[in-house]
Design a protein around this ligand. Sequence first.
Ligand code: MV4
Length: 450
Amino acid sequence: MFDKILVANRGEIALRVIRAAREMGIGSVAVHSTADSDAMHVRMADESVCIGPAPGTDSYLSIPAIIAAAEITGADAIHPGYGFLSENSVFVQALQDHDIGFIGPTAEHIRIMGDKISAKDTMKDLGVPCVPGSDGGVESLDDALTVSEGLGYPVIIKATAGGGGRGMKVAKSAAEMPTAFRSARAEGKSAFGNDEVYIEKYLTTPRHIEIQVFGDGKGKAVHLGERDCSLQRRHQKVFEEAPGPSISADERAAIGKVCADAVARINYIGAGTIEFLYEKGEFFFIEMNTRLQVEHPVTEAIFGVDLVREQIRVAEGHDLSFEQDDLVINGHAIEVRINAETFPGFAPRPGKVNAYHAPGGLGVRMDSALYAGYSIPPYYDSLIGKLIVHGRDRESALARLDRALGELIIDGIETSIPLFHALLQEPDVLSGNYNIHWLENWLETKFTEK
Ligand code: MV4
C-alpha cells in the first residue's frame, strides 16, 4: 500500500495522477523546474520539490534529482506520466535499487519494447500478427536489397532504436534503396546513437489502431478495445477516438484476445498499448508503448474505468479490479488535443493565458493544467489541454465535441481550436473515413499555396 506518490511529470498528466491518488487517500508530491514554480501541478499536489532549471534535461529528465526528491519527501512510489522518464529502463532500475516503487512495467519489459526489433520478435513469438519484414536487423545494403526483393517494393527502413517516426525511410524501388538505407542508418545514429535498422513491407494506406492492454504482473491481463489515432501530423496525434469507426465487435474481440493473452504470458504489469497498422481488415503489429498514453481518457470514457487508479492498484500488488467479461463498451468517445500553436502554421506559441473557461455539461471532460493568468513556458511541449467528449454513439459524440469546443475559451494565445472547428466541417471526419495520411493531405490541399 502506498501512502505517498511522487509524480515525475508536469501539466495535465501530473494533475491526472494527483487526482487519482487523492481519491485513493494517497498523498502526492509534485516535482517542478524553476520555470514551473507557478504551475497548476505544484499548486494541486500536497507537497512540491524544485528539481532543477527549466530545460527538461536538467529537471524532469534528471534521474538523480527525482530520486533525491522521492527520498527527502518519503514517497513510496513514482508515477512517471507519459514522455520524460516514463519508458526509461535505467530510471526504473535505479528506483528498484533505491527501494522506491515504480507505477509502470518492469525495467526488462521497457527495455524489450524500446528496442523495436526485440519488441517485434517477442510479439511474433507470442502470436501477435506483425508486418512482414526482415528477420531482425539488416547489416548491409546487399542484405537490404535481398530482403526487399523478397518482400516486394515499396518497403520501409526503420531504426531499431527509433520511434515517433524518426529514422524511417521509404524505398519505392531498388533504385531508391541505397539512399534510403544510408539515411535511415545515419538518422538512427544521430537521433538515438544506434545505426541498426530493420525492413518492413510498406503499407500504403493503413489506419493507426492501438489496443489498450492491462496486466496484473501475475499472469492475468485484459484488453480494453482499440483507439483509432490515424489523424496525425508529423507523428503527433491530434484527434483520437474509441471505438474505432472501422473495427467490428468480432475484430475487436479477436485482436483484443491476442493482445491480452500475449501480455499475460510475459507477466506484464500495468497499462500498455499495442500499436497496429490496420489495412484491408488485417492488423499488423508495429510497436508497443509501455506507459499510460495521452489518449487514455477515450478508453476510460467508453469502459467506465479509471486507468490511473488501476495502475496504482496493481503497482501495490493488488489483482485487477475487473475481468474481461466486466469490460463492456458504452457509447463513443473522442479526444482532441489542444496545443499552444498557430493554425494552420503549427508554430509553437507559448505565452500568457489571460482568460480560461473550460467547457462542461453531460459527457464532457477537460483535462488541462491551465488557469487564467498562467504563463505557458516555452521549454516543454505545446499540449495544453485535452477535450474528451462521450456520447451514446459516434454522431452524438461529434455533436457534443462541436458544442464543447464552442464553450472553450482560451484567451491571450493561439491554439489548435480552429483546427478542430475546421475538421468538424469535413465529411470524411464526420463519416470516419480517414487513414494515417488523411490529415497531412487535407492540410496540403486546403492550406498550402500552389
Ligand atoms: C509504417 C508505415 C507503413 N508501413 N510501417 C510511423 C511511426 C512509427 N510508429 C511507425 N510509422 C509507420 N510505420 C510500415 N510497415 C507507416 C507509418 C506511418 C504512420 C504510422 C502511424 C501513424 C501515422 C503515420 C504516419 C506516417 C507513417
